[in-house]
Design a protein around this ligand. Sequence first.
Ligand code: NAD
Length: 375
Amino acid sequence: MDEQGHDDHRTTVTIAPPAAATSYEVRVRPGLLDQAGRLIAASCSADRYAVIADTQVANLYGERVLEALAGADLDAMLLRFPAGEWNKSRESWSELSDRMLKAGFGPDAAVVALGGGVAGDLAGFVAATLMGGVPLIRIPTTLLAMLDCSVGGRTGVDTPAGKNRVGAVHQPSLVLTDPTVLGTLPAPQFAAGLAAAIKHGLILDAAYFETLAGELDEVFARRPEVLTRLISRSVEIKAEVVSRDARENGYSAVLDFGHSVAGAQEAIAGYAWLHGEALAAGMALEAAIGEAAGVTRAGVSRRVSEVLEAAGLPVALDDDVDAERFFQALEGGGKQEAGGIRCTLLDDIGRLAGSAEKGWSQVVPVDLVRAVLFG
Ligand SMILES: NC(=O)c1ccc[n+]([C@@H]2O[C@H](COP(=O)([O-])OP(=O)(O)OC[C@H]3O[C@@H](n4cnc5c(N)ncnc54)[C@H](O)[C@@H]3O)[C@@H](O)[C@H]2O)c1
């Protein structure tokens, strides 16, 4: 009520929850790329499809996907953007959206995100926002995108204030994963993707972690049947986490193991470190932090580092990262709190230290982190 005694006119707007839970299939099989048309036609029909890919992936696989869609009588157009994390930007998003609108794509369109995590997040954000949202099909082509980004529906772009600061949750209608396309992926990108698989094992599945550790040679030989098994198990783990998070808000913090330290390293290094490389160093160091805090079983950090190193991944921060820069970057990433640093810690390999009651992350004293990381 205001000073003149007028009350507000109030209307309560109630939006009913969706009639059914959202669900979608993630299909993994060598050879799926060439069957994309038939599979998309069966589960995500649209008047017209915009296949969005970075230039590198468009050159390698764009025509094949267009042919597969044409083979199922689907009308499609390929839209390219320049490759690189720095192009996961609002500028790329507006340019792609404008090109789609100019080409006459409307509410009956669908977007096919073809590529790595950058194409997935960027094209996904275009799909989430164009005409208020159109269906999205993901065809991931990096290991990271296959086993991590394609599940969970996160889309978005980077901003000067940090990575992924603007975005939307927009679940795909279908994810088609063909492990044979990994044959052309550069080695550092392949290893960086493997870091995410190792994380999945470390947080929730010790047997998966040890299997991965034991068959690194076959994984690096990129044998399609080995990759199919690996990607499928990681997708199952991520899907379980995402589904449980929808019931138990906050559970997805289990995926943050390694991310507090990794986020600081990434913020300092800019684009010089791949996300998976920073994640690897973050996991090795957070395992050591967990041990020093008496939370993680002694010996775990040695095993974690051993396997990451065998996979050709870093287990320490960059030489030029000192304590001052590190803690500054950590604060910028929102992980530093009064009294310490928020981390998701392991209890043992395959088991997290948190719980639904106590939360899945905990605050570790700054001095302890400083001692472990900077001696
Ligand atoms: N949405 C999510 O849940 C989620 C989760 C984790 C990471 N991400 C995001 O993923 C992004 C990183 O993804 P990325 O590592 O896949 O990077 P990326 O998409 O930039 O791909 C890496 C490079 O590999 C090239 N490439 C892709 N597939 C190829 C292939 N089959 N053969 C040859 N070259 C190929 C690309 O052109 C690019 O140059 C980050 O922006 C990160 O924020 C999103």
